[in-house]
Design a protein around this ligand. Structure first.
Ligand SMILES: [Zn+2]
Length: 288
């Protein structure tokens, strides 16, 4: 499953690493919990207002490839073929990025750059799952604070599963992993944007070509419900307050500038636009 589109002079390609299907889609209540600031009643009322009656969200894994003037780049790499801790039922449904890259006409060695929005397993493990670099020619980029966090002793209190993929990416890329700051053009037409909070170095990526712009938001939100309720956090937002501030800032910018948006976990291909809705927002899917 992949989808091509052009952004100005940039050829882009969203490749699905996978997408859980019923009955394996995760329950909404595992993402939006009372502990993460979403009382059960508030969640029920929000779903009722939505009019869908759904009990789950999609939690897709959409990897965005971009043919930059400097070579083929991918933003986030999926789960790989040997992921940790998701349960065997999910195994056939995910980890397809590399094989679908091949079906789309590229080889793993065509990738010259991997940009990590952050180093959670579902974004980084596709690059390192076998214990060897999946993309042997690629250099990698992640925010300085992201690299520091996962190597720091603070993170050592997190479960090993959560740290494993991040540390493996840091180890395997070695000197080919470039720590970067926000507001920097890391590759031609690709600029980093502050989206910190989900993780300490969580990074959005702005693509711009010939006046057309796309904002790749990583895990700034998991579900369209979070646009109607930007204050809703998830158990995976490491700094809850900061993640809410970043989500609002990114949604306001996307809405006011009418940016095309790529959301990693929304249903394939995860493309849409953000509209103002009262003092919140709503998601409008775009089909390329
Ligand atoms: Zn994620």
């Amino acid at each position: 499953m992949w989808s091509r589109f052009a952004l100005g002079e940039l050829n882009c390609l969203v490749i699905s690493d996978g997408q859980p299907e019923p009955p394996w889609e995760p329950p909404l209540e595992t993402f939006f919990t009372p502990d993460s600031g979403v009382p059960e009643q508030e969640l029920r009322e929000a779903v009722a207002r939505e009019g869908t009656g759904r009990a789950t969200l999609t939690a897709a894994y959409n990897c965005l490839c971009v043919e930059t003037p400097g070579g083929l780049a991918v933003i986030d790499t999926g789960l790989g073929r040997s992921f940790l801790g998701y349960g065997p039922y999910l195994s056939p449904l995910v980890g397809h990025f590399t094989e679908r890259l091949g079906e789309a006409g590229y080889s793993a060695s065509d990738l010259t750059a991997v940009v990590f929005t952050h180093l959670h397993e579902d974004h980084s493990r596709g690059a390192v799952w076998s214990g060897e670099p999946t993309f042997p020619e690629a250099t990698a980029f992640a925010h300085t604070a992201e690299v520091a966090f996962w190597t720091d002793s603070v993170a050592s209190s997190l479960p090993g599963l959560e740290r494993g993929a991040a540390l493996e990416a840091i180890r395997l890329f070695g000197e080919r992993l470039h720590p970067v700051e926000y507001g920097v053009e890391i590759l031609p037409r690709l600029r980093t944007v502050d989206a910190a909070g989900h993780t300490p170095g969580h990074t959005a990526v702005l693509l711009e070509s010939r006046g057309e712009r796309l904002l790749c938001v990583g895990d700034s939100f998991y579900d369209p419900l979070q646009l109607r309720h930007p204050g809703w956090r998830t158990p995976w937002d490491l700094d809850a307050e900061r993640s809410v501030r970043s989500r609002r800032r990114i949604l306001e910018w996307a809405a006011d500038e009418n940016l095309l948006v790529h959301a990693y976990h929304l249903p394939f291909p995860g493309l849409g636009r953000v509209r103002r809705y009262g003092d919140a927002f709503e998601w409008q899917t775009v089909r390329p």
